[in-house]
Design a binder for this molecule. Structure first.
Ligand code: SF4
Length: 106
């Protein structure tokens, strides 16, 4: 693991990079933290973090109550903003997110 100490990042972001980001994801997290990632790439970064850095988990996410679900660029057959495929019974919580922690205050 690379020890991260990037002056463009906050101390908290550097600590996060050292603690939680895999070497192969360093560029995408750094781009998101510095604001140089596209919105689509930033969402993919968030999904990768949410999925515990596991690509298959991000691809198979079926947490349809997540506000980012339709924008998860990892999902197979995904087209941003388009209608999602129909779900089979029980296909609603394959991701590592704790659905009980999702609250929307609108
Ligand atoms: S629950 Fe799924 S769509 Fe939402 S952030 Fe996590 S991986 Fe992305």
């Amino acid at each position: 693991m690379t020890l991260f100490d990037d002056p463009a990042l906050t101390p908290e972001q550097n600590a996060f990079m050292n603690r939680s980001v895999l070497d192969r994801h360093v560029t995408m997290f750094r781009n998101a933290f510095t604001g140089t990632a596209s919105p689509r790439a930033a969402i993919k970064t968030f999904c990768m973090n949410c999925a515990g850095n596991d690509l298959e988990t991000a691809k198979s996410c079926m947490v349809t109550i997540c506000p980012l679900w339709r924008y998860n660029g990892y999902r197979t057959g995904h087209k941003m903003g388009r209608a999602a495929p129909a779900l089979s019974e029980g296909e609603d919580s394959a991701c590592g997110i704790d659905e009980s922690q999702l609250t929307l205050d609108v």
